[in-house]
Design a protein around this ligand. Structure first.
Ligand code: CA
Length: 217
């Protein structure tokens, strides 16, 4: 899962980025709403937006993004538990909110729920043909038999399972696996897809020449 965090408290943001990585979420972080206006148009599974930002406020950013027809789920952070702020955020187009201080387990669970609903899944457990993935257990099954996968194989499969009919380019996959400031190697994608194919079945990931990869039910 790829998440954008817009939060001006550097210490909090850095902690969230590190902790959400343990929940298989690759996070990009921006401290200013103005910068997020164009960046949020990229492919993210969810946006986390602090309402109290210097300059353009979180509320204005949400109104702007919804005006630009950005459908990505938005979770807002509110510093106070003022109900008016939450209502204004939800009315502006946010889907959920958390009051600071934030527990990362709760944040991760809410982000997963938002991304899941946005992708049209009713349950946490994802299935596609003989494949199943349980995000709570972090376990992959083929024909109900548990299969052991590495962290990056798991994150790759999670991405495919959320959107089984979507074609993912190598660039999309790199964005899902690595933050933009991390070192990237385009060969990683082919190697990783190859490794995952050996574990879940060769035909379950299709290569579409020049376009990318897609999960096959
Ligand atoms: Ca703030």
């Amino acid at each position: 899962m790829r998440i954008l965090i817009v939060e001006d408290e550097a210490e909090l943001a850095t902690r969230l980025v590190a902790n959400l990585a343990r929940h298989d979420m690759t996070c990009e972080w921006l401290a200013c709403a103005e910068d997020a206006k164009s960046f949020a148009l990229e492919k993210f599974d969810a946006l986390v937006i602090d309402l109290g930002l210097p300059g353009m406020s979180g509320l204005e950013l949400i109104r702007y993004l919804r005006g630009e027809k950005v459908h990505t789920p938005i979770l807002i952070f509110t510093a106070r538990s003022s109900w008016q702020e939450k209502v204004a955020g939800l009315n502006a187009g946010a889907d959920d909110y958390l009051v600071k201080p934030v527990h990362v387990e709760e944040l991760a669970a809410r982000l997963r729920a938002l991304a899941r609903r946005a992708a049209g899944h009713l349950q946490d457990r994802l299935t596609c043909g003989a494949l199943a993935l349980d995000p709570a257990e972090k376990q992959v099954y083929v024909d109900e038999v548990p299969v052991t996968v590495t962290g990056s194989e798991y994150r790759l499969l999670l991405m495919f399972m959320y959107r089984p009919r979507q074609i993912f380019s190598a660039a999309d996959i790199l964005d899902q696996l690595y933050a933009l400031d991390e070192e990237r190697d385009a060969n990683t994608v082919e190697v990783l897809v190859g490794r995952l194919r050996r574990k879940i079945g060769r035909d379950r990931i299709v290569t579409l020449r020049g376009l990318g990869y897609r999960l096959q039910a």
